[in-house]
Structure formats: structure tokens, C-alpha cells
Design a protein around this ligand. Structure first.
Ligand SMILES: Cc1cc2nc3c(=O)[nH]c(=O)nc-3n(C[C@H](O)[C@H](O)[C@H](O)COP(=O)(O)OP(=O)(O)OC[C@H]3O[C@@H](n4cnc5c(N)ncnc54)[C@H](O)[C@@H]3O)c2cc1C
Length: 407
């Protein structure tokens, strides 16, 4: 905390996206504060897995490598996956993606969210220009001339030229500024846990589309798999509350025992799912990144990957502005960020939303078309290549950090 409480940038939210942005601004010469409501609990040494994991694309891996935090994640625990098996309820069609077939060493990594944040927070320790303020909630906002004044829960007031909202899907900053969103609840809730299965997961992500929603087994270390079971709200709560033996039976049946018997089950938690896209990613002296700007169904494992790319792009735009001696809060600077990221995020948000709808339908003709489409896709290597490139984050307009370059 500096003596005057005056910063160039205040980032609200030290989740994966906010902490990545802070890391990208290390040594930028810009004085930054990262404010996070949660305490600084970075204990990842216990054997239990985090219930929340993310499928991290190669592009996001390159962001972490460029920021020199990747090795710290690897030293804790990361799980590469090389194949993906997607099949649907009727069992008629199956999509198989194999990194070897596509000439890639792997498709991505499954990483516990707390491993990612711990590595990023470790990367921020002792950095001169970044103050990390844990256990503080931003709770009051005022505009004075060119400055934002943000009051924290302990009463301190931070002043800044640029406020960044990295405060998640229910963003406090977005609400304060009444930035308009297009969004809806999916009437779906994700039940998450981790399990040990009798058969090895073969470094493969398994996903079955049930009429009630997708069920994924994502490979972790030591033969464990992380479970993300998106289903109707009431069913998710029932699954959470039933006893372990009954849950194991439900899970085994829903996955057609692809990984054999369920031998042990971790704690269970549920997360309601929603779609959200803000009309604007910026306002006067404000930028939104990550879930604060866009939130999507987890079925394609893209949410945080888009958010990390937002963070990399915003850092690049801001550093570019300082090199050109432009104000970092000037509208043309912030507009460049908005144009760049909206154009990249929108097609993915629309594609994932349509995918979700297509698999949610039980209408017989559409279900037949879906099944036929998936079967055909599986036999078309160039289309498979396109899909996997897109899902792995290979796009034309990636920020420098996602291309493996320093800022
Ligand atoms: C079940 C599930 C599975 C998913 N799987 C994947 C996946 O495999 N791959 C993928 O790419 N994405 C996945 N996602 C999406 C991913 O989890 C989100 O995109 C990601 O967590 C967003 O990160 P964020 O940093 O933007 O927001 P958050 O993770 O929500 O972080 C926001 C932070 O801001 C803090 N905060 C909020 N308000 C304040 C305040 N007023 N003051 C101070 N601090 C504040 C919060 O404490 C929090 O730490 C999944 C989502 C779900 C629900």
C-alpha cells in the first residue's frame, strides 16, 4: 500500500483473471493495486483436489509461460490431456479428438483453480509496483474529476485513473456503473466433485451429453478425475445431497461406466450457470475483464481462457499507451481493448451457447440431426482440425503474451 493511496490502476478481484493482469503489469512502471475479497490462502500442498478446475488451452499456457508462473503450476500439480471423447445419450454418435492425429503433443491441461491463483499470487510477492490487498471488499465508488475513489471494507479509500473490474460474473463494479448486459440463467446448475475410478482415464477428457445436460470427467493426477455435471437445478441439488454410494451409482450409470466403478468420491458443491455478455467492456476510466464482461456455460471449457486473453490484451494496450505517452484511461486506448476483445469473444460465446441449446433439445428431428452431424464431423479431419485449433486458442489476433512473447 503506498502512502497516498493513489494508483495508476486499481484491479478489483484477484481471481485467475485479475491476478493474471496484475502479473502482466509487473515492472510496467505503473503503480497498481489488486484488491481481493478472499484471504490469502494459497495452501495447495494437501492431497485433496480443489473442487474447481479449469481446462487450460495452449494459448493460456503460453500466457502463463510468458509471465514465468507456469513452472510454479507444474511444480504444484497440472494434468495434461491428449484426447477427448464426446458422446451423446442415444449412443449413436461419438466424436473423438486425438492430439496425435492432429500433430499436437497434447490438447491442453486440467488445472485446479487454486493452483493457478497460488502461482500467480506467488509471482506478485515482493513486486514494487503492485500492492496486493487481500481480505478487502470494494464497497463504495465515487468519481472526482479524472479520478475514481474506491472505498475498501476497512475504510481506506484508493484513488485511481483506471479501474479494472475483474470481479467475476456478479461484478460489483458492473452493477455500480449499471453497464448493460445481455444475459439469462440456463436453469442449469453444475455439480462438481472429484472421483477415483477403477479404470484409468488415459489422459482423456470424457464428456457425455445427457438429455438433462453434459457430464464431464476431466483427468487429474493419480487416477482421479474431476467431475463437472451440468444438469437441471433441482436434480443437481438432489445429486449433491444423496449419500455417496447412491451418487456413485448415479454417476456410473450416467457415464455408462466408461471408467469403470467409482471407487471414491470427494466433497460435492453446486454452481448455478448463466450466460452473460456486457454491451460494453469499458466506461469512463473503467475496463471489465473475464467473467465480469462475459460468462458462459462450462461445457466447452472456454470461460477463463477468454478471460486470460482479455487480461493479456488489456496489459498490452496499456503498456503500448504508456510507451506512446498516451493516458492509460483515455477513451481511444480503452476502445482499442474493447474492439479487440469483443470481436474475439463474441463468436465463441455464440458458438458455445448454440452448442448448449443443440444438446439440450429432446425434439426428435433435431436430436437426429445432431447425432448425424456429430457422426459426420468425426469423419472429417479438416473440420476436426479447425474445431480443435479454435478450442485450443489458436486465433489470428492473439495478444503477445498468448503468442509466447514478452510485453
Ligand atoms: C463448474 C464450472 C467449470 C468451469 N470450467 C472451466 C474450464 O474448464 N475452462 C475454462 O476456461 N473456464 C471454466 N469455467 C469458467 C471459469 O471458472 C470462469 O471463467 C473464471 O473463474 C472467471 O475468472 P474471473 O477471475 O474473471 O472471475 P472469478 O473467478 O469469479 O473471480 C472474481 C474475484 O473477484 C473477487 N471479488 C468480487 N467482488 C469483489 C469486491 N467487491 N471486492 C473485492 N473482490 C471482489 C472474488 O472474491 C473473486 O476472487 C468454469 C466455470 C464453472 C462454473
Amino acid at each position: 500500500m503506498n502512502a497516498t493511496n493513489q494508483y495508476d490502476i486499481v484491479i478489483i478481484g484477484g481471481g485467475m483473471v485479475g491476478a493474471t493482469l496484475a502479473c502482466a503489469l509487473r515492472h510496467s512502471g505503473l503503480q497498481c493495486a489488486l484488491v481481493e475479497f478472499a484471504g490469502n490462502d494459497t495452501n495447495t500442498t494437501e492431497s485433496q483436489f480443489d473442487l474447481r478446475v479449469s481446462a487450460i488451452t495452449r494459448a493460456s499456457q503460453r500466457i502463463f509461460e510468458s509471465l514465468h508462473v507456469w513452472q510454479s503450476m507444474v511444480a504444484q500439480r497440472v494434468s495434461p490431456f491428449r484426447e477427448m471423447h464426446v458422446w451423446e445419450n442415444t449412443g449413436r454418435a461419438e466424436l473423438h479428438l486425438d492430439s496425435a492425429e492432429l500433430g499436437e503433443p497434447l490438447l491442453g491441461h486440467i488445472i485446479e483453480n487454486r493452483v493457478i491463483t497460488a502461482a500467480l499470487m506467488a509471482g506478485l510477492q515482493g513486486v514494487d509496483n503492485i500492492a496486493v490487498l487481500h481480505g478487502q471488499r470494494c464497497q463504495r465508488l465515487q468519481r472526482h474529476d479524472e479520478n475514481w475513489h474506491v472505498q475498501l471494507s476497512d475504510g481506506r479509500v484508493l484513488q485511481t485513473r483506471l479501474l479494472v473490474g475483474a470481479d467475476g460474473s456478479r461484478s460489483w463494479l458492473r452493477e455500480q456503473l449499471q453497464i448493460r448486459v445481455r444475459g439469462w440463467d440456463y436453469d442449469h446448475t453444475a455439480l462438481v466433485t472429484y472421483v477415483k475410478t477403477a479404470l484409468p482415464h488415459q489422459a482423456t477428457a470424457w464428456q457425455r451429453f445427457l438429455p438433462t445436460g453434459p457430464l464431464a470427467f476431466l483427468p487429474l493426477t493419480d487416477g482421479y478425475s474431476s467431475i463437472v455435471w451440468s444438469t437441471r437445478d433441482a436434480l443437481a441439488r438432489t445429486l449433491r445431497d444423496m449419500d455417496s454410494a447412491q451418487f456413485a451409482q448415479e454417476l456410473q450409470q450416467a457415464s455408462e461406466s466408461r471408467l469403470g466403478a467409482i471407487e471414491s468420491i470427494g466433497p460435492r458443491a453446486v454452481y448455478p450457470l448463466r450466460f452473460l455478455h456486457t454491451e460494453h467492456y469499458i466506461a469512463d476510466g473503467v475496463a471489465l475483464v473475464g467473467d465480469a464482461a462475459h460468462t458462459m456455460h462450462p461445457l466447452a471449457g472456454q470461460g477463463v481462457n477468454l478471460g486470460l486473453t482479455d487480461a493479456a490484451a488489456l496489459a498490452e494496450v496499456l503498456l503500448d499507451a504508456t510507451q506512446r505517452r498516451q493516458s492509460i484511461s483515455a477513451q481511444p486506448v480503452l476502445r482499442r481493448y474493447e474492439r479487440w476483445r469483443r470481436a474475439d469473444n463474441l463468436p465463441m460465446l455464440v458458438a458455445v451457447d448454440n452448442f448448449q441449446r443443440m444438446f439440450a433439445t429432446e425434439q426428435p428431428v433435431l436430436a437426429w440431426l445432431r447425432s448425424a452431424g456429430m457422426g459426420m464431423l468425426n469423419k472429417l479431419p479438416p473440420v476436426k482440425r479447425f474445431i480443435i485449433d479454435y478450442a485450443m486458442g489458436k486465433r489470428l489476433d492473439l495478444p503477445k503474451l498468448a503468442r509466447g512473447e514478452a510485453l
